[in-house]
Design a protein around this ligand. Structure first.
Ligand code: ARG
Length: 469
């Protein structure tokens, strides 16, 4: 049975009919549609619209549809050519299963509130899944930081060697980004966790349905506050996909760094063979495909965020069919990021860093220059002057093709009598690392603190997930 044919004199143009359907993509919402329908059915019973036996028939029918779909891959969920959307599909299946009483289920509700509810439930579940993947990913990076121990590497600004840092410090930078991503998703989850059921098509349900009851049934914190907003709002999807864009952007920056560091010229790491491919033409090649695809997919996620927000722009309140177009970018963004996270965690566990080579790179290229200037500052030389003196010393080194530590003391003293034997101590890699002895700095003890605090944050994230499960 069609959902709306009563007032029509002509059938739909078949091409249009096929083109406007959303069942091809919204069928993945089946479980949420079933849960929301069960909550609505119970509210109908409480409102005296369904008898106890009708409610039981409907609930059993809904359960059967869910079981059939999960037990049989070739079930109608994948095949039903006549279903307009997931809401129509469930109604049809229910009627097939329990007869005409199925048509009572739609009493007092609209597909506009249904799709808004299903999408909130979908995103809520997706967030929980992503959070658990993010915890694993953070853990893989923290593990890498622990493994790296005392190994140092260059930190870059403008992609020019700037100062040495511990490899652990560099890896923890990504953990911070991912933890912010997790926090943004948690925040998005808080705001979306309200129940649109009972909002009707736009002006509210036509029956006295208990909205608080339905919200509780679906583990929402409360009903949404305004029926017009609830049926037209997709902020939660926009927020979610934008949070994913930022996460994908972090992954893309990481991928870019790893690609650079894996090049022969840097040689900071060996690409794991299990995550690389060869060239069909050049026998010697091992290509960073995982990293390049991560970088590439970031563009796709950002594209989805853009598609979503542009679809919303200019829509009058409340429901418009344009809103159907928000689903595919949402699903694609969620799928794309969900598939990447475990792969990246696996890649991180498999990648081999060449600590010796990183350490060598950190020991050359005047990366101790700022520490050297600081050494003079501690001897009461004004910092601008200290900067100038070390700049001159670097110029000398460039002429002689050596490092600061290779300059003899008498040559340094020609620049300033402030130079002393202990200056050479300041130039050693351990001393340079140790001077950043503030919270968030790269001194080894600070990095150890960073590791410990990251572990605590990951644990807190896991506990929060546990509470939602
Ligand atoms: N398939 C529709 C969507 O995704 C469901 C809501 C339809 N509502 C309507 N008034 N035609 O937006």
């Amino acid at each position: 049975m069609k959902m709306w044919s009563g007032r029509f004199r002509q059938p739909l143009d078949p091409e249009f009919e096929a083109w406007q359907r959303s069942f091809g993509f919204d069928r993945r919402l089946l479980n949420y549609e079933l849960q929301a329908s069960a909550a609505h059915a119970k509210a109908l019973k409480n409102a005296g619209i369904l008898s106890a036996s009708e409610l039981i028939a409907i609930l059993q029918g809904l359960e059967k549809i869910g079981n059939d779909a999960s037990s049989d891959e070739r079930h109608a969920v994948a095949q039903d050519a006549a279903a307009e959307d997931i809401h129509h599909f469930v109604e049809k299946q229910l009627a097939e299963c329990i007869g005409d009483v199925a048509y009572k289920l739609h009493s007092g509700r609209s597909r506009n509130e249904q799709i808004a509810t299903d999408l909130r439930l979908f995103i809520r579940a997706a967030i929980d899944h992503l959070q658990s993947n993010l915890a694993e990913l953070c853990f893989a990076f923290v593990y890498g930081a622990e493994q790296a121990g005392a190994a140092a590497m260059p930190a870059y600004t403008h992609l020019q060697p700037a100062e040495p840092v511990l490899v652990g410090h560099w890896l923890l930078a990504y953990v911070e980004m991912f933890l912010r991503d997790a926090d943004r998703l948690a925040d998005c989850r808080k705001r979306l966790n309200l129940c649109p059921l009972g909002s009707g098509a736009v002006a509210g349900a036509t029956l006295p349905l208990d909205r608080i009851f339905m919200a509780e049934e679906l583990a929402f914190t409360a009903p949404t506050a305004n029926s017009i907003d609830a049926t037209s709002d997709r902020d939660f999807a926009v927020e979610f996909v934008n949070a994913l864009s930022l996460l994908a952007l972090h992954l893309s920056r990481w991928a870019e760094e790893m690609i650079i560091f894996s090049s022969l010229e840097f040689g900071f790491l060996q690409l794991p063979e299990s995550y690389s491919t060869g060239s069909s033409a050049m026998p010697q090649k091992k290509n960073p495909d995982l990293l390049e695809l991560v970088r590439g997919k970031c563009g796709r996620v950002i594209g989805n965020a853009t598609a979503l927000i542009i679809t919303m722009k200019g829509l009058p309140l409340a429901y418009n069919k344009d809103l159907q177009e928000t689903q595919q970018p949402l699903f694609d963004a969620a799928d794309t990021v969900m598939a990447m996270l475990p792969l990246i965690a696996g890649f991180m566990k498999a990648v081999e860093f060449d600590y010796a080579r990183m350490q060598d790179a950190a020991s050359a290229g005047f990366m101790n220059a700022w520490a050297a200037a600081t050494c003079l500052v501690k001897k009461n030389i004004p910092s601008r002057q200290a900067h100038e003196l070390i700049g001159k010393a670097v110029k000398l080194c460039i002429e002689k093709n050596c490092e600061l530590g290779d300059l003899p003391l008498d040559e340094l003293r020609e620049l300033s009598p402030a130079f002393d034997q202990d200056f050479y101590e300041c130039l050693k890699p351990q001393s340079v690392l140790a001077i950043h002895d503030v919270p968030g700095g790269t001194a080894p003890a600070r990095v150890r603190q960073g590791i410990a605090s990251a572990k605590k944050k990951i644990e807190a994230l896991r506990e929060e997930l546990h509470a939602h499960a």
